[in-house]
Design a protein around this ligand. Structure first.
Ligand SMILES: [Mg+2]
Length: 327
C-alpha cells in the first residue's frame, strides 16, 4: 500500500502540495507541515473543510480517520503574524482593481445583443443546475449579490470570517429579505461559496433565507473590443430558469466589478469594494446606505428603468417612489 498521503492546502489564493505525510500521521503533524509550507502558525490555521465526525478535528486525530481522498484539497484561512501588522499599512494595488474597467455604455448594449452570447446563455439555462435552498416567493423582487469585496474581504488575513465580514451584513440581508429574494453569485466554486456563507453565518441566520447560490459555472465569456475576453455573470440565466418569478424588471445585482453585469447593465449596481477589513470595518457604511436604496426602490415597477450608477443621488433626492430616470 502506498504509505504517502498527498494533500493540497489552498490558502490566500495559492496551492501548497503536502507530500510528506502518511495516513497514520495526525492533524497536529499536518499543521506542522502547513506551518513549514506557509509560515502560518498552527494555532492560527483554520482548516475549513477538514472534518472528523462532522466537527473540526483535534490535533490527535489520525489523517486516516477522516476519509480524505488522495489529493484532497484543504481550504485554509489563517494569518501570518507579520501580515496582521501589515494590514495597517497603506493598501497595495491589487490586480483586480485594475480589472474593474468601465465599458462604454454603447458597447455594453452592443455586446448584450450579440446572438452568440444569447446562445451561450440559453445553453447555461438548460445545462446549469440550480439547487434551491429555499423556494422563490411570489411577488418578491430579486437581489443578486457578489461575495468577494462586496460582502466579505477575502484577501485580508484573519482568524475568523466575522473579522472580514462587511459591517451590517446581517442587518442588510434581514431588511432586504422583506422585499427581495436573495441570491448569491460568486465567480468561484460552489464548495467555496458554501464555506464562505457558513463562515459568515449567512447560511444559518434565522432572520432571512437565501434562495440559492450560483457559482462560476453559470458565467459566460464575452469578447470586448477593448479588453479582450472577460468572464461575466449573465442574469439571463436566472431569468431563464425562473421566468415566472424573475425578470429584468424586478432584479438588481450588486457587484464590485462592473464588467460582471456587462450582459445586463441596467440591472447592475457597482458597490464600492470592501477591502482592508481591519482598517475599514469601523467606517464602512455601504450596506447601510444600500439597505435604504433597496427599500426606496422596492415599489418601483421596473428596476431597469433606474440609473443605478446614481443610486446615492436617488437616495438624497426628494424623488417619489416610482420615479425613473426617464421622468
Ligand atoms: Mg467581487
Amino acid at each position: 500500500m502506498d504509505s504517502t498521503f498527498k494533500l493540497v492546502v489552498k490558502w490566500s489564493g495559492k496551492e501548497f502540495q503536502v507530500e510528506s505525510l502518511s495516513p497514520s500521521d495526525t492533524v497536529g503533524t499536518l499543521k506542522d507541515v502547513i506551518r513549514k509550507l506557509t509560515g502560518v502558525l498552527p494555532e492560527r490555521q483554520k482548516l475549513l473543510n477538514l472534518k472528523y465526525k462532522g466537527k473540526t478535528p483535534d490535533d490527535e486525530v489520525h489523517l486516516s480517520a477522516m476519509n480524505m481522498k488522495p489529493g484532497f484539497k484543504i481550504m485554509m484561512m489563517g494569518s501570518l503574524e507579520e501580515e496582521i501588522e501589515a494590514v495597517s499599512l497603506p493598501p497595495e494595488d491589487l490586480p483586480d482593481v485594475v480589472n474593474d474597467f468601465d465599458i462604454p455604455e454603447g458597447e455594453e448594449v452592443d455586446i448584450c445583443n450579440r446572438e452568440v452570447y444569447l446562445s451561450k446563455i440559453t445553453k447555461r439555462i438548460s445545462d446549469y443546475k440550480i439547487v434551491e435552498r429555499n423556494p422563490p416567493r411570489p411577488g418578491k423582487k430579486l437581489l443578486v449579490l457578489d461575495i468577494d469585496y462586496t460582502l466579505f474581504d477575502h484577501r485580508s488575513p484573519a482568524e475568523t470570517g466575522y473579522e472580514l465580514m462587511r459591517p451590517f451584513l446581517h442587518e442588510f440581508l434581514t431588511e432586504a429579505y422583506k422585499d427581495y429574494d436573495i441570491v448569491i453569485w460568486s465567480a468561484t466554486s460552489m464548495k467555496w461559496i458554501e464555506e464562505k456563507m457558513k463562515l459568515l453565518g449567512v447560511a444559518t441566520n434565522p432572520a432571512y433565507k437565501i434562495t440559492f447560490y450560483v457559482d462560476y459555472l453559470a458565467m459566460i465569456t464575452v469578447h470586448t473590443p477593448k479588453y479582450g475576453v472577460v468572464n461575466v455573470k449573465p442574469l439571463g440565466v436566472i431569468w431563464g430558469k425562473y421566468p415566472e418569478y424573475y425578470s429584468t424588471k424586478n432584479t438588481i445585482m450588486f457587484d464590485d466589478i462592473r464588467r460582471n453585469f456587462l450582459m445586463n447593465p441596467s440591472n447592475g449596481l457597482r458597490i464600492r469594494p470592501f477591502r482592508q477589513a481591519h482598517m475599514n470595518r469601523k467606517t464602512d457604511r455601504e450596506l447601510l446606505k444600500l439597505t435604504k436604496y433597496l427599500q426606496k426602490i422596492s415599489k418601483v415597477e421596473d428596476l431597469s428603468s433606474l440609473d443605478h450608477r446614481h443610486w446615492e443621488r436617488y437616495l438624497s433626492d426628494k424623488h417619489q417612489d416610482g420615479d425613473s430616470k426617464n421622468e
